[in-house]
Design a protein. Sequence first.
Length: 62
Amino acid sequence: MSALVKTMVVDVIMRYSIRKTQKQSFESSLTETESNYCAQLSRMQEMISNLEVQKFNKSGLT
């Protein structure tokens, strides 16, 4: 195998490795972001439920 071919093979392998690492990093970030948004949504839903209960209680229908 010529030196040029070896260099090209090494370059392809390095690029693949870098892309694989980037993909794993992006997937990890996505999972973390999804988890954060789920937690925020849950807190908002709880706040809305509490406000609905307060509104119901203030309306005198308890």
